[in-house]
Design a binder for this molecule. Structure first.
Ligand code: GFB
Length: 310
């Protein structure tokens, strides 16, 4: 057991959807949460990041800082997704080692797995096949992050662990239609179509790909749970254990939003990986389970969207 109580805990990426959820979740742990703004340190800059870590000397780190985006952003900006993520994780993991951070948790993504991995995807499927081309740059960076944690554990005995969340959604998500993930895009599209009385909404691709979704508050709870209870090389999947087709998700979002028009497909946009359902067995075996069902989660995010973005 690693107790966070009384510890100085750095949440790197505190302004993002995942980082902000971890900050909210840590409120009940008795920890002193510290954060770095872009002005304090550009995390892609090794000298600035190292200086901030040496000055702050955190006891524990949640590495939730990353350049993230949906399928189109990943496909359009491969250099940014590879370079920014490699730099951020290398600077933070090496800096954490230098100041003797007691525990660090690195967060990745389910896109680390081969495009055609057997489903549900177990942790040992890593590096057994070719990646999905639309997000291989991001995936390579995230695989490097897992290996960095393992390398520092092996060479220096560092207690650095990795969690691989599935497709996440929640308050604070990015609702920009060009760079967002599918869930916020569908919420915005259905909402705007309802307001304008549009006959249809457009969904990218065929609608047949299957994705697994987890509310970000469940993800943050799993991260804190793993930080306290898990200490091993390798990585742990963080998911709900259930998936849904993009078409069924669209229908669910339309139901929640109250939009009754047609759904049309833009086949010029990529489908990406046909299916990405991770095995939840390893995480469940540690005694953790998600609490927020998909329909309930979509409804709460739609309320957040109405209050903050609409
Ligand atoms: O969420 P999404 O962008 O990410 O897309 P990925 C999931 C599926 O939804 C794809 C379809 O099949 C999209 O074609 N989709 C339908 C849409 N309509 C839309 C829309 O309006 N916007 C978006 N964005 N998608 C990303 C990776 O993959 O997921 C990242 O690129 C990362 O590396 C992340 O792993 C979690 O699941 O395809």
């Amino acid at each position: 057991m690693y107790s966070l109580s009384g510890k100085k805990v750095w949440v790197a990426g505190h302004r993002g959807m995942v980082g902000s959820a971890i900050v909210r979740r840590l409120a009940s742990e008795g920890a002193e949460v510290v954060t770095a703004s872009r002005a304090d340190a550009d995390l892609r800059d090794q000298a600035a990041t190292t200086a901030w870590i040496e000055k702050t000397k955190p006891d524990a780190v949640f590495l939730a800082a990353a350049k993230v985006g949906g399928i189109l952003a990943n496909d359009t900006y491969p250099a940014d997704f590879l370079f920014d993520n490699l730099m951020i994780e290398a600077n933070i993991i090496h800096g954490a080692h230098k100041v003797g951070v007691e525990k660090l948790m690195f967060l990745g993504s389910s896109c680390i797995y081969p495009k055609f991995a057997a489903q549900p995807i177990t942790e040992d499927a890593l590096l057994t096949g070719a990646l999905e081309p639309t997000n291989e740059w991001y995936a390579i960076a995230k695989i490097a992050g897992i290996k960095l944690c393992d390398a520092y554990r092996k060479q220096h005995g560092s207690d650095f662990i990795s969690g691989m969340p599935t497709n996440l959604y929640g308050p604070g998500d990015n609702f920009d239609l060009n760079s967002s993930h599918v869930m916020p895009a569908l919420i915005r599209k259905a909402h705007e179509a309802k307001l304008t009385g549009a006959k249809s909404i457009t969904v990218w691709g065929t609608g047949t790909p299957r994705r697994e979704f987890l509310h970000v508050d469940d993800c943050a709870d799993a991260c804190v749970h793993l930080m306290k209870t898990h200490s091993e090389a390798g990585h742990v999947n963080i998911g709900s254990g259930e998936d849904i087709t993009i078409l069924d998700l669209t229908q669910l979002v339309c139901k929640v939003v109250g939009y009754e028009g047609e759904i049309v497909h833009d086949l010029s946009k990529p489908d990406g990986t046909p299916r990405k359902l991770m095995s939840a067995a390893k995480l469940r075996a540690t005694g953790w389970a998600p609490k927020i069902g998909l329909e309930e989660g979509v409804a709460t995010v739609y309320q957040w969207f109405l209050a903050n973005k609409a």
